[in-house]
Write a protein that binds this ligand. Structure first.
Ligand code: PLP
Length: 458
């Protein structure tokens, strides 16, 4: 196999990518035909041929989320060094279930997680942290640990008579819907708290609902504050929510899947004020830390609760080496564990804190520039956020002359940029553009402006 050629592709892909359509309009039928005709699996195939054909499929028939003109859903451009990291993780295939099988890998991951935690102001003492497949698994971990902490008997007895309540908003991430079902807590455990006009959780309404639930015999358990909502980059009033949680003895989880990275920038750090008071935090490296999927992170400052939630006894697993070196399978949802954190470690090591912060600031500056361009061209900004996600509409959309779906279809047909649409607070759909690539520059914003303006007239 010609590794040299693959390596040069990795190095030049950022440039190659610019020349590709951002999205593809392929149909399932087209792809199934293509696969069946290219891969019979009946004879051996040369490895270079396999690689070539797969690359061609991936280049032609995917949405290129690392494209500088992909203004989509928090999927970042990837530093080339992370490709080396993922290849190394595959090559050595370290098994991180136990510390004793992968001392270097486990310590390297903990080193990375603690360094990142410290940068966003989470206290080191008692902090338990681990990499997850993504934010959904980190949010699931938070829910399981909260359950073990608030209702210890549930570990033995199941939910039984306990009817836990999780408080969130219409703007919270919908992984909690799946979590309610997966944990057996049921959808009725989710209590949607109203949002104010800025789409933040209404703190007074939260207090009222907690009291009402207690009076009704339900068991308030956890409040989910979001730092950077998926739709509009809104940050809940974390300090106020932390106060309510303290008074009411509720678990305070902060879902900072995307927004957590703002904590690495001196300019943006303020958006996370209050996060240090969280009992647990979700932060995805694969959202805004320039690494490929999947790399979520879970942080929690209640070691005992984490152990209660996840620890188990077996005869076949190697025993723990030292009380200050957790075996990951004892403190996380996973058993066999891939070395998720190497790509995060290598991206941070290569860039250093200052360059990391400058890439994050650059994306925020591109978001600000986009807002200015949109307003100048007669568009209306619909969200207030310091983070680079811009929700916008136009009088022609508001009066029904054109729908956001028609605008998107015109844009996707041309394939020069990719944006999406979304409903904020349950209202009419608006367009949404997020600066997800550190390589996005002013001319890419001009291209986006040309595309939305053209799509508006049809
Ligand atoms: C993306 C996202 C999640 C889910 O994370 P995955 O990495 O996709 O599993 C959870 N919460 C928020 C706020 C998100 O933006």
């Amino acid at each position: 196999m010609n590794w040299q050629r693959f390596l040069s592709e990795v190095e030049s892909f950022e440039g190659t990518c610019r020349g590709l359509r951002v999205s593809s309009e392929v149909t399932p039928q087209d792809l199934r035909r293509e696969l069946a005709s290219q891969f019979a699996f009946s004879d051996r195939m040369d490895s270079v041929e396999v690689i070539d054909r797969v690359e061609s499929l991936l280049q032609r028939f995917n949405t290129h989320v690392t494209h500088p003109r992909y203004f989509g859903l928090f999927n970042p451009s990837v530093r080339p060094i992370c490709v080396a990291a993922d290849a190394m993780a595959a090559l050595y295939n370290p098994q991180l279930a136990t510390w004793s099988h992968a001392p270097a890998a486990c310590e390297l991951e903990q080193f990375t997680l603690h360094a990142l935690a410290e940068r966003i102001g989470l206290e080191r003492e008692q902090l338990v942290c681990n990499f997850t497949s993504g934010g959904a698994e980190a949010n699931l971990s938070a829910t399981l640990v909260a359950l073990a902490h608030q209702f210890p008997q549930s570990c033995e007895m199941g939910l039984g008579a306990v009817r836990p309540r999780i408080y969130l908003t219409s703007e919270s991430h919908h992984s909690f819907v799946k979590i309610a079902k997966m944990t057996g807590m049921g959808l009725q455990s989710l209590q949607e708290v109203p949002v104010d006009s800025a789409l933040k959780m209404d703190v007074r309404a939260l207090e009222r609902m907690v009291h009402q639930d207690r009076a009704a015999g339900l068991s308030p358990m956890m409040v989910v504050g979001t730092a950077g909502t998926t739709a509009a980059g809104i940050v809940d009033s974390l300090s106020s929510l932390a106060n309510v949680c303290k008074q009411q003895q509720l678990w305070f989880h902060v879902d900072a899947a995307w927004g957590g990275s703002a904590g690495l920038s001196a300019r943006l750090r303020h958006v996370l004020d209050g996060i240090a008071e969280a009992d647990s935090v979700t932060w995805d490296a694969h959202k805004w830390l320039f690494v490929p999927m999947g790399a979520g992170m879970f942080f929690c400052r209640h070691r005992e609760a984490v152990q209660r939630a996840f620890a188990t006894q077996t005869s076949y697993m190697p025993s723990q080496v030292s009380s200050d070196a957790d075996d990951p399978y004892q403190v996380t949802t996973q058993w066999s564990r891939r070395m998720i954190g190497l790509k995060v470690f290598m991206a941070v090591a290569e860039l250093g804190w200052d360059k990391l912060a400058s890439l994050i600031d650059h994306q925020a500056a591109m978001g600000d520039a986009l807002r200015v361009k949109l307003v100048q061209a007669g568009w209306i900004i619909m969200n207030q956020s310091d983070l680079p996600v811009v929700c916008f509409t136009h009088p022609k959309i508001q009066c029904g002359e054109r729908t956001t779906q028609q605008v998107l279809q015109a844009i996707y047909a041309r394939g020069a940029v990719w944006i999406s649409d979304v409903s904020l607070g349950g209202k009419d759909r608006v367009l949404r553009a997020c600066i997800t690539s550190y390589a996005t520059e002013s001319e890419d914003l001009d291209c986006l402006m040309g595309e939305v303006d053209a799509a508006l007239v049809g």
